[in-house]
Structures are given as C-alpha cells and as structure tokens.
Design a protein around this ligand. Structure first.
Ligand code: FES
Length: 105
C-alpha cells in the first residue's frame, strides 16, 4: 500500500530549471522543477559520494552532482554521466493545490 503524500514545498517557490532541498526527520530529498515545469522528487544524496544534489544543477531532464559532475535523469533516476553508476530513487510526484507533493511506494 502506498504511503500518504508528503508536501515538499510550494510549486511557486522553485524556479524552472532549479532544485531545492527538502528534509524530513528520516531523510533528505532534492525537489526538482524542469524547464517545462515538470516536478520530480529524488533522493537528496548522490549515489556516488553522498554530495547533496540540491547543490547541483538542473539541465533539461538531468541533474548534475556538484561534487564530481555525475548526472542522473531526474524522471527515471538512471545515471547518465560518470562517475555515477548506481541509479537514484525517484518518488511519485504531483502538484496538488499549488504544492509539490511526493510519496514513497
Ligand atoms: S558525489 Fe556525486 S558524482 Fe561523486
């Protein structure tokens, strides 16, 4: 059974082509808005060296890690540029009543 939706932030609080950090007591996340307004919430820490991806750069549907410039597809979590080799987790994400929300499987 899916868990409840978690509100990450206001949709308007993130610019297009940008990323923000969102933390809970248990975990840290990167909340991404692509240039066309698509939102995606992924695990905050890079699978390569644990740098926070919210410090990285959004380019199209990819995010570049700030530490060694590895890249992930923000919609699938797949690594798309080395040295990243392990996919990250992408959560089910929606925009609801002006808020970006996500949930875990
Ligand atoms: S820590 Fe992200 S690419 Fe190395």
């Amino acid at each position: 059974m899916s868990q409840d939706w978690i509100v990450a932030c206001d949709f308007a609080s993130i610019a297009a082509n940008d990323v923000a950090r969102f933390d809970t007591a248990e975990a840290t996340y990167a909340v991404i808005k692509t240039k066309d307004g698509t939102c995606s919430v992924i695990d905050g820490l890079c699978t390569h060296g644990k740098a926070h991806l919210a410090e990285g750069f959004v380019d199209g549907t990819t995010i570049e890690c700030p530490k060694h410039n590895g890249r992930f597809n923000v919609l699938t979590g797949e690594p798309v540029a080395s040295p990243v080799r392990v996919a990250t987790t992408v959560y089910q994400t929606r925009v609801n009543d002006g808020k970006i929300e996500f949930r875990k499987p």
